[in-house]
Design a protein around this ligand. Structure first.
Ligand SMILES: [Fe+2]
Length: 256
């Protein structure tokens, strides 16, 4: 049976960041993702130090998201990708959850120290949410000091590796570290971080490689939303079943 992927990280809704520039481009990427096996796709616009989430920006993103979702031909959901800043430490992290989950996606900055991601993750966890740490294998801090990834995982945060890293698109170092984190089960999620037609939200190629390296059962768990959609606590299971439709149920429906 062909696996159906859950991709928790992409930039397929126009938001003023470096993702898609138009609704048409976003819709085309969503449809392509569906053709490549993705059933549930999270659009996660960047929240950058210089592009924060003002109310006006959020309203515009939600409006664009609704149009892309209506035409996406997959289950499109909204989240955000936080670049840690001091200003975010004064905010309520619940604003930024990945829709339908208790999780918040945040990146380790590409350059510079990882202190702020630890602080933001702590704040998030203190709020009863679980941080999902995006692409540690691509960052200066973790490449210099891989033990930082182990430390983040030891705090029960989820670590997410990019499919493109596994395919060697960001260099040998990122590929080696990405595979190492998966093999040691320090990272437990693979996502696309798809941005544009030349860097599309595809997971199938990396999945095939993971099946060969890790075996089908382990590979599937990295790509099918097992970790992402697992209820954080028994109480949230009750809450999610009370909702109209949880992502897990929706993914199951998409699997047929
Ligand atoms: Fe991203």
């Amino acid at each position: 049976m062909r696996p159906r992927f859950v991709d928790c990280h992409s930039h397929v809704v126009p938001s003023g960041d470096d993702g898609v520039g138009s609704i048409e481009e976003g819709v085309a990427l969503c449809r392509e993702a569906a053709r490549h096996g993705t059933a549930v796709l999270y659009a996660t616009p960047h929240v950058w130090p210089h592009l924060v989430l003002t109310e006006a920006r959020e309203a515009a993103v939600r409006e664009a998201f609704a149009v892309v979702r209506a035409n996406a031909e997959l289950d499109l959901r909204l989240g955000w990708e936080l670049t840690p800043t001091r200003a975010l430490l004064d905010e309520d992290p619940h604003r930024y959850v990945l829709e339908g989950t208790d999780r918040v996606l945040m990146e380790v900055p590409f350059v510079g120290p990882a202190d702020l991601v630890f602080a933001l993750a702590e704040l998030t966890a203190a709020g009863g949410l679980q941080p999902v740490i995006a692409h540690p294998e691509r960052t200066e801090a973790v490449l210099d000091q891989p033990a930082l990834a182990d430390e983040l995982a030891a705090r029960s945060y989820l670590l997410q590796v990019n499919a493109t890293s596994l395919l060697g698109r960001h260099g040998e170092e990122a590929a080696d570290l990405g595979w190492d984190l998966l093999e040691r089960e320090v990272a437990t999620i693979v996502a696309s971080d798809g941005h544009r037609p030349t860097r599309p939200p595809h997971l199938d190629e990396a999945y095939e490689l993971a099946v060969r390296r890790l075996g089908e059962e382990r590979a599937l768990r990295l790509f099918d939303g097992s970790e992402l959609l697992r209820p954080l606590r028994p109480a949230s299971r009750a809450a999610s079943t009370a909702d109209a439709e949880s992502p897990a149920r929706s993914a199951a429906r998409a699997r047929g």
